[in-house]
Design a protein around this ligand. Structure first.
Ligand SMILES: Nc1ncnc2c1ncn2[C@@H]1O[C@H](COP(=O)(O)OP(=O)(O)OP(=O)(O)O)[C@@H](O)[C@H]1O
Length: 225
């Protein structure tokens, strides 16, 4: 579904991606982790067509939707209108709000939503576009721990139902192994480590099989705990 072949990206004198090769299969959920500044968001922006690589080639479908850490809702539009913005078929917005459990908030203003609800609305806006690929850039980074677990279950369940291909950038090792089929650690412009997670997400957060994988990822990130 997504193929990066020898992709390099530089900003000024800084090499952010250095001949990166990556293939994401249709329906696969890939989590990308890495230290700050290792090019995770740049990778997502290239998939979304918001940045062009300096070298190499990228293949990805046109039907890509992105959800960011900040919900980025327009404060002057009601929640339903935010989700429906740019859509010809308004019924899709209603359906998407129902899928994220916000059917009763279509008439609310974004400022009347909690952080978790705003993130749900942002997700609804992405899924109303019926994407084939969903890109998530630290989508739950600003949420409290309990809301975060609920949102992970929601996104994992929607992923299963819709058969999306998902690429999610996260700093949270537990989140990566809970949701993804495969976790990629970025560093020095390329993939430092790639781990396949057994089973299918969303997994139970206390699944004992996940603890060892989390430790391995932390070690690859240079974190000693
Ligand atoms: N448009 C831009 N112009 C100049 N430099 C940029 C631009 N976008 C990113 N960079 C630089 O490229 C590097 C990688 O940025 P990127 O946001 O992809 O990293 P990241 O791994 O997502 O970081 P974080 O985990 O902190 O979000 C950083 O050094 C950043 O300053």
């Amino acid at each position: 579904m997504i193929t990066f072949s020898g992709v390099s990206k530089r900003f000024g004198g800084t090499v952010v991606l250095d001949g990166l090769d990556l293939t994401v299969a249709e329906g696969e959920f890939v989590a990308v982790i890495g230290r700050s500044g290792t090019g995770k968001s740049t990778l997502l922006r290239i998939v979304a067509g918001l940045e062009q690589p300096d070298d190499g080639t990228v293949e990805s479908p046109d039907e890509v939707a992105v959800a960011f850490q900040e919900p980025r809702l327009m404060p002057w539009l009601k929640v339903g209108d935010n989700v429906a913005l740019g859509l010809r078929d308004q019924a899709r917005a209603v359906q998407a709000l129902a899928e994220v459990g916000l059917e009763d908030k279509a008439g609310a203003w974004p400022l009347q939503l909690s952080g978790g609800q705003a993130q749900r609305a942002s997700l609804a806006r992405a899924l109303a576009r019926r994407p084939r690929v969903l890109l998530l850039d630290e989508p739950f980074g600003a949420l409290d721990a309990l809301t975060k677990l609920e949102m992970q279950s929601l996104v994992g369940g929607l992923w299963r139902d819709h058969g999306w291909t998902v690429v999610m950038v996260t700093h949270d090792v537990d989140e990566a192994v809970r949701l993804a089929d495969r976790v990629i650690v970025l560093g020095d412009g390329s993939i430092k480590l790639e781990l396949t997670v057994p089973g299918r997400g969303p997994r139970r957060p206390d699944d004992p099989a996940l603890a060892g994988l989390g430790q391995e990822l932390l070690a690859a990130l240079g974190v000693s705990v």
